[in-house]
Design a protein around this ligand. Structure first.
Ligand SMILES: [Mn+2]
Length: 362
């Protein structure tokens, strides 16, 4: 596996590349060009500039997270062909700088949902929190949009682009007639158009699951569980059509057996990118993000890393969200400290699993 770290670019990340370079075992960063509006082509000089900047710090850049999909593609609106064409042009520009994997998602309107971005925890740290009771009571999602913006520490939030959010009311209206089958058909249309180019450009597409993995605000969701993933992989039967297996997103639902999913889809060669983190499921359906440590959350990270090891996973991996610790001033979920601790822990598990296997043989 190739260990990476998500980085939001010099302008919008609190963490310098030089610091990331000092994390033991790091191979590269995962990044994006953040200021091109969703649906437009990422210019060649911008992707080249990003690559040079990252490589100048001694790190690699082979994964983009994310190239977002325009809402018109998800809505199967008439303009989708133009946006798909733009998407393919972006992929071509990314292939030219050596990008091998593109993460994206197909969630209507919102990429991810939380009610608190810095919820205080008992140990004095804070973490992102999803309060189910609060979400269930929200009748006007634009109120949540405003709350998220206020609570973000002044950083922009990925997947919550202003141009999309300014249209929240209109988008909710548009999705009223879209059910899961319709959204899945739109994903199929997109993949059938894009995957042949991915094969030519040698870029693996890796869809991120829904976060959280259930319907919210009545919007359709189609990447929630094993069945959904199996269905989407069938939409374009190519190794270039794969997933970002996010343990924290899928693991928010107790029905999802993450190690079993890793074994199934990893063996099939369809996991291209692994997001590894823990999450604490609460009795009322709420979710609290935690440190990566197994005993802090509901997921067993040893079992997860063992499953990756057993299927011979050689794709990209990154620690996912961390808590906010040691008074770090950073964007929610994406500080340096707790994610670096996460990497150290994942590397430790991986080393122990590998060496344990050797001693078993003896
Ligand atoms: Mn994730």
């Amino acid at each position: 596996m190739k260990m990476t770290f998500r980085w939001y670019g010099a302008k919008d990340d609190s963490i310098p590349l030089q610091y990331i370079r000092q994390i033991p075992g790091i191979g590269g960063v995962v990044s994006a060009v953040y200021d091109v509006p969703v649906g437009e082509v990422w210019p060649r000089e911008r992707v080249r500039g990003l690559k040079n900047e990252v490589e100048g710090s001694g790190l690699g850049l082979e994964v983009i997270e994310s190239v977002n999909v325009h809402e018109d593609i998800k809505l199967a609106a008439p303009a989708r062909d133009r946006y798909i064409e733009n998407y393919i042009k972006t992929l071509k520009n990314l292939a030219e700088i050596g990008i091998k994997c593109v993460c994206y998602n197909f969630m209507p309107v919102f990429d991810w949902t939380r009610t608190d971005l810095f919820k205080p925890l008992k140990d004095g740290s804070s973490a992102m929190f999803y309060d189910k009771r609060v979400i269930d009571k929200i009748t006007d999602p634009s109120k949540m949009v405003r709350a998220m913006r206020r609570g973000s520490n002044g950083f922009s939030l990925p997947g919550w682009e202003p141009e999309r959010l300014n249209r929240v009311g209109e988008l909710f209206q548009a999705y009223q007639t879209v059910d899961e089958e319709g959204l899945r058909a739109a994903l199929g249309y997109f993949l059938k158009a894009v995957i042949p180019y991915c094969e030519r450009y040698d870029i693996k597409m890796a869809i991120h699951p829904d976060d959280p993995p259930w319907r919210i605000f009545g919007l359709p969701r189609i990447v929630k569980d094993e069945r959904d993933i199996a269905l989407l992989l069938e939409l374009a039967d190519s190794p270039y059509n794969g997933v970002t297996l996010c343990s924290g997103s899928l693991g928010a639902s107790p029905a999802n057996d993450i190690p079993a999913m890793i074994r199934k889809f990893g063996k099939a060669g369809r996991i291209h990118f692994a997001h590894v983190r823990n999450v604490l499921r609460q009795d009322d359906g709420s979710l609290c993000e935690t440190s990566h440590l197994s005993s802090d959350g509901s997921l067993d990270l040893y079992d997860i890393m063992k499953a990756y090891h057993d299927v011979g996973f050689d794709g990209y991996m990154r620690p996912d969200h961390g808590r906010n610790i040691w008074d770090e001033k950073c964007r929610p979920g994406y500080g340096l400290y707790d994610r670096a601790l996460g990497i150290a822990y994942l590397n430790g598990l991986d080393e122990a699993i590998k060496k344990g296997e050797k001693s078993d043989v003896i």
